[in-house]
Write a protein that binds this ligand. Structure first.
Ligand code: SF4
Length: 261
């Protein structure tokens, strides 16, 4: 499957920003484990976290088995980003989106390996370590569990990490194989199930798009871009990429386009 087909598919979702990268462009840092161990209450209590996911070296080797990575973010509005309970409650929408994109790739014979923000919350109480994971098909290991510092990755690819105290930004990394550009005869059509699933998703919860922002200094930039004809959300073409570069402010942190960075 070609990357442009993946891009075409993901534009139906309220993705804020995305980027294609290579697994070896990601830094896998063993020191992150020290932070996990000392500061995260989920350490040693989930199949999606260390030590269950293996050593950082093993995680890196796993990731390097794939050819490409789709790195994307979505945003959710909260009263206070420091309110952990409120912030975590918004993660489900991002996880559903991640699952649907991964499912689409797998249905098209693309091997995937997915990491997502924070640890798995599929069960009220994780089965680790007494029993096997109950839903391995739903479980995404935490990005940091693989020694990956999201903030560094975001900076490296000029994406946004912080959009103000009323927004939380969720991230996913979908590692995938076999995404070489195909000939036109290989084009895969979207299945009815793909559309039906997201329509169902939309009915249950209203996804937040880049245009759904309230008043505020940081968020106003989003509104401005949304209203700007030259900065259409979900724009995939090269022209769009160049525009975004032109619009980036001196800090390289101007938020605003729900598009490839
Ligand atoms: S699916 Fe359940 S058992 Fe598996 S990692 Fe998630 S919370 Fe734990």
């Amino acid at each position: 499957m070609a990357k442009d087909e993946i891009e075409s598919f993901i534009t139906q979702f309220p993705i804020y920003q995305y980027q294609f990268l290579k697994p070896d462009e990601i830094e896998y840092n063993d020191r992150v484990r020290t932070i996990c161990k000392k500061e995260c209450p989920r350490y040693g209590s989930s199949w999606s976290c260390p030590p269950a996911v293996g050593t950082v070296e093993e995680c890196m080797e796993r990731c390097h088995q794939y050819d490409d990575v789709l790195f994307f973010s979505s945003i959710a509005q909260v009263q206070d980003v420091m309110d952990l309970k409120e912030s975590l409650a918004t993660k489900a929408e991002h996880e559903k989106m991640t699952h649907l994109i991964e499912q689409y790739l797998r249905e098209h014979q693309v091997d995937t390996y997915t990491l997502s923000s924070d640890s798995c919350a599929a069960c009220d109480k994780c089965a680790y370590p007494k029993a096997a994971c109950r839903h391995p098909e739903q479980m995404f290991p935490c990005i940091e569990s693989h020694g990956i510092i999201v903030a560094n990755l975001v900076e490296k690819f000029a994406m946004d990490y912080f959009l103000g105290e009323q927004y939380i930004v969720w991230f996913s990394l979908i590692f995938f194989k076999n995404a070489e550009r195909q000939t036109s005869t290989d084009t895969v059509e979207e299945t009815p199930e793909d559309s039906a699933e997201y329509e169902s998703l939309q009915e249950t919860e209203e996804p937040l798009s880049a245009g759904d922002v309230p008043e505020g200094e940081e968020s106003q930039a989003l509104v401005d871009d949304q209203e700007n004809e030259e900065s259409q959300p979900f724009e995939n073409d090269q022209e769009g990429k160049e525009r975004q570069t032109d619009e980036t402010d001196q800090d390289g942190q101007k938020p605003g386009t729900a598009s490839k960075v």
